[in-house]
Design a protein around this ligand. Sequence first.
Ligand code: PMP
Length: 352
Amino acid sequence: MKWEESVRRVVPYVAGEQPNRRDIIKLNTNECPYPPAPGVAKLAAGMDSGAFRRYPDPDASILTDALAEYYHVDPQQVFVGVGSDDVLAMAFLTFFNSGRPILFPDVTYSFYDVWANLYRIPYQMKPLDENWHIRPQDYRQPNGGVIFPNPNAPTGVLESLDTVEEIVRENRDSVVIVDEAYVDFGGASALAFLERYDNLLVVQTFSKSRAMAGMRIGFCIGSRKLIGYLKDVKFSFNSYTLNLPAQMLGAEAVRDDRYFKDITAKIIATRERVKKELKDMGFTFPDSMANFIFATHQKAPAARLFRDLKEADIYVRHWDKPRISDYLRITVGTDGEMDALLAFLKDDLDKL
Ligand code: PMP
């Protein structure tokens, strides 16, 4: 068929499974095992129908103002979207437009090459070192932009702020995006450098540390100039990305800082305990500062553990890809969920 020649063909990103069942232990998409701040459900339950009837404010001021106050920046430095995937997709479209290759790590979040291919942005992937760390010197070549997560996914490895700043400083001629989807689980944010670098964009999400993956809320903070360009592109695409209930509920979540700190501390404590137990069972893993652990076992192929776990209704993530096919990415759930996982793994390894 002739028309097929004009189709924009892409290989889509494959998201983790979302089975329609509640009775599984779901450790495969890095969701938060705890509910969002109590005020969120209360506000949702009593939401006025006006929140559905009217178009939202295109600037999403309810939410951008709450975020600006929380992070001590000007509202004009904040941009929100339908999850950080939406924010990142807009940022690729806006900032990676030079024709020069953009740079990101190999291994990293597997959506980056998908967006690059979608927008026909050339890219080069820079291998991590043997300890899964970024080599900042790899990012010292002419480029059309740089993006990396910190902590990285799916490894959980955190780069120091010195490394992050070095990459931003050495790339003043392009936009550097730091994807901080997992920064709230023990990382330090590049927001600290905002005043020094107008080419830095920091992206975060409500999906993990704020327990709102289902609402789809993401945001980024950068210089007024960067955010202005991002808004121009967004308003050329869809004036109303984030719906009004999401804006209101997101703002409510931001206001409850105590709850946010409580649940992130709980997840960190569980993670550290699970690290010890996995180690005792013979697993090895890069030291994760995220809400997941990227683990491998010398005696048990990851594909087999993945399959066995799934048969027992315990879902984790596994990629059949070079360098990472021996690893499982295990989201940190509640203590009870992690106990069930550990008990099953112990049993399964005994059978080998
Ligand atoms: N960045 C990274 C590194 C991620 O792992 C994810 C989660 N898949 C995202 C961004 C996107 O998350 P969300 O769209 O839910 O904000």
